[in-house]
Design a protein around this ligand. Structure first.
Ligand SMILES: Cc1cc2nc3c(=O)[nH]c(=O)nc-3n(C[C@H](O)[C@H](O)[C@H](O)COP(=O)(O)OP(=O)(O)OC[C@H]3O[C@@H](n4cnc5c(N)ncnc54)[C@H](O)[C@@H]3O)c2cc1C
Length: 449
């Protein structure tokens, strides 16, 4: 006798969406979550006075239809990212309004190539192996000067995958661009993936989703291993063993944890070698997201929006993340890849000083060195996340292992944003991947009757 028909491991957007699809089909499902909260890579903190700070994922935009539907379903309101005044693109020391014509032409060429990628099976893309062996870094270096290559690298490898262009294959970045609708769709604020925020953060949607499940999410259930007795029975149930000794059994399991975390869950009997290697070859990104809070959005005093992108320095991009109806100004900025790894090694005070000096320089205002609050949260140090924003394939491995990453095996199915073909790496991809696996499982269970 099993505890439930299906177990879902992880109560991020993927796990919650999977569980809802199973609930709707009348399947008995339990969600097991290691943390003492749901939401995974989205989490919102409130400062004294109630100012909302989204520590993890925070935006969605046009094309991310499931996220808007979920917000509407639970009565959660969205609001546009604040952008009042000029934004800057720092390209080789020059301050411009945006990327120049040469960078725009490179983006257009990448969009054209991205449309050739087979999203369901990237290995079937023309010249897949060749594209997978070349990095975004070498591709850009062949096409433009060092400054523009650095700018495009930081926007695409950094801003999208939180890594360095030398660590991303062309197949991987083209897949990602196609998956998210192209460069503009992914980089833009208005009309793009950074268009809207959520009152209470996307975390609020996850909380509503959890509360609406037929069975409450089992919190604090940190799955250490998944085991199945292979003696005798044809389809023995799976047992999820928590680190605190608790157990849950089920006939089927949908795993939604990030690949880097899945590596740490012992699965017995062992999954096939190709599957294990597929999981190991998805490397987590490294982004550090910082919030500097000021009494007001000071940058507006000089007609500036506070938003900038840059080809040099530690900070690749900054935005005005202030919340409507509050007086404070919040500047949120990001450091990616090797730069993020490097500054993590500094003590917090030195890191803050270095970053604020760069902000003051970029926005030409020494007052910005003195925020009233400074918030950082390191997703890399979170054992149940292990990096951010999401994972991407090591150079040369996507065309070999992508199919195996998704392949179900012996009653286990695999979701999570890293498995998505549409909006891979985003909330939207997480939801769609969870719903995909749940729908396939419902069909499978119906066929088994
Ligand atoms: C700083 C940051 C900024 C981002 N910005 C955006 C953005 O603006 N827009 C956007 O769309 N996306 C953004 N993302 C990405 C987005 O957050 C993710 O794509 C999405 O949340 C992934 O959902 P998921 O369900 O696939 O995985 P997760 O959210 O990681 O969920 C997996 C769940 O599994 C749990 N878990 C892990 N190990 C175990 C275990 N052993 N046992 C039980 N449970 C376990 C985890 O605690 C977690 O709750 C951002 C991410 C970060 C970190």
């Amino acid at each position: 006798m099993v505890d439930s028909q299906v177990l879902v491991i992880g109560a991020g957007f993927s796990g919650l969406a999977a569980a809802h699809r199973l609930d709707a089909a009348g399947v008995d499902v339990r969600v097991l979550e290691a943390r003492d909260r749901v939401g995974g890579r989205t989490f919102t903190r409130y400062l004294d006075g109630g100012l909302q700070i989204d520590l993890g994922g925070q935006w969605f935009g046009p094309g991310q239809t499931r996220m808007y539907e979920l917000a509407a379903q639970y009565g959660v309101k969205t609001f546009p990212l604040r952008e009042v005044g000029e934004r800057f693109a720092f390209l080789g020391g020059q301050r411009n309004a945006g990327p120049d014509a040469e960078v725009s032409a490179i983006y257009a060429e990448l969009d054209r190539l991205a449309r050739t990628v087979d999203l369901e099976r990237p290995s079937l893309t023309p010249d897949a192996a060749e594209l997978d062996s070349q990095t975004l870094h070498t591709w850009l270096a062949d096409r433009t000067d060092a400054e523009r290559a650095a700018y495009a690298s930081r926007q695409l490898a950094g801003g999208l995958l939180a890594t360095d262009a030398s660590q991303v294959s062309m197949l991987q970045i083209l897949f990602y661009l196609h998956s998210g609708g192209g460069v503009d769709s992914m980089l833009k604020t208005v009309g793009g993936a950074q268009q809207d925020r959520v009152i209470g953060g996307p975390f609020a949607i996850a909380q509503h989703m959890a509360e609406a499940l037929a069975e409450p999410v089992v919190l604090g259930f940190d799955v250490a291993s998944l085991t199945r007795d292979t003696r005798g029975q044809v389809a023995a149930p799976w047992t999820a063993h928590a680190r605190d000794g608790r157990e849950f059994t089920a006939d089927r399991v949908i795993v939604t944890v990030p690949p880097v975390v899945l590596n740490r869950i012992e699965i017995s009997p062992a999954m096939p070698g190709t599957k294990r290697r597929a999981v190991r070859n998805v490397l987590p990104g490294d982004a550090m997201k910082f919030h500097a809070v000021y009494a007001t959005p000071l940058w507006n005093d000089q007609g500036r929006s506070g938003a900038f992108t840059s080809s040099t320095g530690l900070i690749t991009e900054a935005v005005d993340n202030s919340v409507p109806g509050t007086a404070q100004g919040v500047l949120t900025f990001f450091v990616y890849g090797h730069d993020a790894t490097r500054i993590r090694g500094l003590d917090a005070g030195a890191r803050q000083e270095l970053l604020l000096a760069e902000i003051a320089d970029r926005l030409d205002d020494e007052h910005l060195r003195q925020p009233v609050d400074f918030i950082e949260f390191d997703w890399d140090a979170e054992p149940h996340t292990g990096g951010c924003f999401s994972g991407s394939f090591a150079v040369g491995t996507m065309h070999v292992y992508r199919d195996a990453l998704l392949a179900p095996w012996e009653g286990l199915r695999f979701a999570g944003t890293e498995t998505a073909d549409i909006w891979n790496g985003y909330f939207e991809g997480a939801v769609r991947a969870g719903e995909r696996e749940a729908a396939a499982l419902v069909d499978e269970l119906a066929g088994a009757l």
